[in-house]
Design a protein around this ligand. Structure first.
Ligand code: URA
Ligand code: CA
Length: 432
């Protein structure tokens, strides 16, 4: 087989075979296929696409390029959730104990965040003492005993994806739907998922700017999942504005605690119930989504989900007092209000700009080496569709220093106030 022939074949719009895709991923991982040939191939895929079969072969070739987590010693169906990236997306922190409290094992391997705000691990580490450094044995034992554990990334998972993603980033090929779908699915499968629930975000703050693109991505990922024997469900959800009110690590932990106790923001709560019921369905714990939502609501109302969260935090060394009294979480020394410049309805609040503002405050990383300040971030006081008076507080910035004029100005530019506006629909579609 020759790489030049495979490039030409894709350029012609033909579908590659499993053996051909295996060859090119193995060669690229080992370094016998150079970056320039892989770039040409990725660009051909960008323009000509891939069939569902090809995307499934690509997914599994990338899974096989490195280690795979073996979770077979954990009883039950291991369901993982993936979000294509939102601002202030605290769902994992809420869903993990919520789903675990229903008896479904949550064995989560998670990374640190790059960009906007931290990843799940960064958020959890704002709880004093909490550690994600578990040995594989501890991790499996914890899940079997408590139904929940979160571990930091270890091992050499999907090296082909790492290398290809870095190449796509600099060759204008990140936006190819089959390449995105295979990239996401390979990481979930290598991390040991038997079943996968996908939250595909749509809107200005998201990878997918239109519903059509998001639906195409979701359908392809669901198709890949079925082809490789993993039950896969997807939600299309709105990311034209941040989810919930809080953006920033400790601030989001507090918001998660409120939500697990049934006192969280309406949109965040609704998304957790939808994703959680899909997770229960994928795990075979319930027979339909309505039953799933009812069970989740029961776990919230009886406090069992909150108990599960506390046990999980305690088990991994975290200070449970912080969970009971979230005011003990790291606090920023300065709280600065951003005021509305006119009266009216909020018609737009660009999620990625809000995320950028949180990052300027120190809540996210621009490079892998940056250190996150767990205390900083911002808390919106109103959302799209709400009426506000001129001079009313729109957001509170939690800052490590008092000079935030530039960030305030940037944030003012992210919000639009109009004479009329309505709330966006949070759940756009369910795909199974
Ligand atoms: N997220 C991923 O993990 N991979 C992509 O290709 C795009 C987004
Ligand atoms: Ca939030």
């Amino acid at each position: 087989m020759r790489m030049t022939d495979l490039i030409a074949k894709k350029q012609d719009g033909q579908a590659l075979t499993e053996a051909e895709i295996q060859y090119l991923i193995e060669g690229y991982t080992e370094g016998t296929i150079p970056d320039y040939q892989m770039s040409a191939f990725a660009m051909a895929v960008y323009f000509k696409g891939m069939t569902q079969e090809e995307a499934a072969y690509l997914t599994m070739a990338m899974v096989k390029s490195g280690d795979q987590l073996d979770l077979s010693a954990i009883e039950g169906v291991k369901v993982d959730k993936h979000s294509t990236g939102g601002v202030g997306d605290t769902t994992t922190l809420i869903l993990a104990p919520l789903v675990a409290s229903c008896g479904v094992p949550v064995a989560k391997m998670s990374g640190r965040g790059l960009g906007h705000t931290g990843g799940t691990i960064d958020k959890l580490e704002s709880i004093e003492g909490f550690s994600v450094e578990l040995s594989p044995e501890e991790f499996i034992n914890d899940v079997n005993k408590n139904k929940i554990a979160v571990v930091g990334q270890s091992g050499n998972l999907t090296p082909a994806d790492k290398k290809l993603y870095a190449l796509r980033d600099v060759t204008g090929t990140v936006g190819s739907i089959p390449l995105i779908a295979s990239s996401i699915m390979s990481k979930k499968i290598a991390a040991g998922a038997d079943a996968i629930v996908l939250d595909v975000k749509v809107g200005q703050g998201a990878f997918m700017k239109t519903v059509e693109q998001a639906r195409e991505l979701a359908q392809l990922m669901v198709g890949i999942g079925h082809q490789v024997g993993r039950k896969t469900l997807a939600v299309l959800s709105d990311m034209s504005q941040p989810l919930g009110y809080a953006v920033g690590n400790a601030l989001e932990v507090k918001e998660a605690i409120d939500t697990i106790k049934g006192q969280g923001p309406e949109d965040l709560t609704q998304l957790c119930l939808v994703l959680g019921s899909q997770m229960l369905l994928a795990a075979g714990r319930v027979t339909d989504l309505e039953q799933g939502q009812a069970l989740l609501q029961e776990k919230i109302q009886t406090g069992q989900a909150f108990e599960c969260f506390k046990e999980f935090i305690a088990h991994q060394g975290g200070d449970v007092k912080v969970i009971e009294q979230p005011e003990l979480l790291p606090q920023a020394p300065y709280q600065i209000e951003m005021k509305a410049q006119r009266s009216g309805y909020i018609s737009n609040w660009v999620a990625d700009r809000v995320g950028q503002a949180a990052m300027m405050l120190g809540a996210g990383r621009a490079t892998k080496e940056d250190i996150i300040d767990p205390a900083v971030g911002l808390v919106l006081q109103a959302k799209v569709g709400d009426y506000i008076e001129q001079g009313q507080t729109l957001a509170i910035l939690h800052a490590s220093q008092p000079q935030v004029d530039e960030i305030l100005a940037y944030l003012q530019d992210s919000v639009t106030i109009a004479d009329q506006a309505s709330k966006p629909n949070l759940i756009i579609d369910l795909i199974s």
